[in-house]
Design a protein around this ligand. Sequence first.
Ligand code: NCD
Ligand code: ZN
Length: 347
Amino acid sequence: MKKIKLIKPDDMHLHLRDAIYLKQTVPDAAKRFARAIIMPNLKPPVTSLSAVMAYKQRILAEVPEGTYFEPLMTLYLTEEMTPEIIREGRASGLVSAAKLYPAGVTTNAESGVKSIERMMPIFREMEACGLLLLVHGETSDPTIDIFDREKIFLEELSKLVAACPNLRIVLEHITTRDAVDFVISHPKNMAATITVHHLLLNRNDLLSGGVKPHYYCLPILKRQVHQQALITAAISGDPRFFLGTDSAPHAISQKECASGCAGIYSAHAAIELYAQVFEAHNALDKLENFASRYGAAFYGLPENKEIITLVKRPWRVPKHMIFGEASLVPLYADQEIGWSLATDLEE
Ligand code: NCD
Ligand code: ZN
């Protein structure tokens, strides 16, 4: 049977939510990933070091016994953020990065940033102390077409890069050829995460033959040419592109309704699905660097010591999964995935 061994990967963009939801999300992620960058868009958002510390403890409490999993914590940038919090977060080692959500662009981004200009003292501090900036790269201008919001945002981002040339930036969950080109054309201090759903799907999957609320996420799925550009970047062996699932669970009732939430749950099968994509493009040999090395290198982290084994044995994703007091529809629900984790086969 075909097998591949990988250094246990890192998920450089993950939403675990909070409270009872951690009982599902943490074990799913910890099975596949040694570390994950934890998104701070809770309600209320994680804006202080005490909130970061408490959230980290709640996550660690749900890591199954015998499993190593390190949540790498982030601060949510609001216009009330202070340079002192940034400096202290960095110096204490508690915070791995700070996240910029343009106000209102996505789930729980209402407290995000309205004016990048006003945030310059924060970005200068991050540049000086070496704290990474993670960017949800979409403009918050509601008059811009939803399919163009990433591309238009890149203009704003260029200004920030020009003003803070030593600021290290991760452009999160890129979805367009424009974003790939942007990263490539800013070789210094710039990287990007790529989700598995943006590699697997394009906007036809979302909108053709019936609208699929479980494929609705932000940034929204784009045309096939953009999907192709992301695949090319992911399998290129360029260390600036690395794994970040953006697994973002919502209960079924929040997805299947008149105004459904954005977010796709992929933590239950993320590395298996990335393996499927890389295999389909004859690039399985590129998977380990993308999943386990490049992200760690950009974040200045050592390689993980553990190894995981993926086995070419198909399994069917359940139709529903438990999500706190509710349930959710996971990515690839009721469909077969070609790769299994060896640990799942032993159970
Ligand atoms: C994320 C969520 O639900 O928290 N949703 C999504 O569609 N990706 C937020 C985000 O990363 O945009
Ligand atoms: Zn996200």
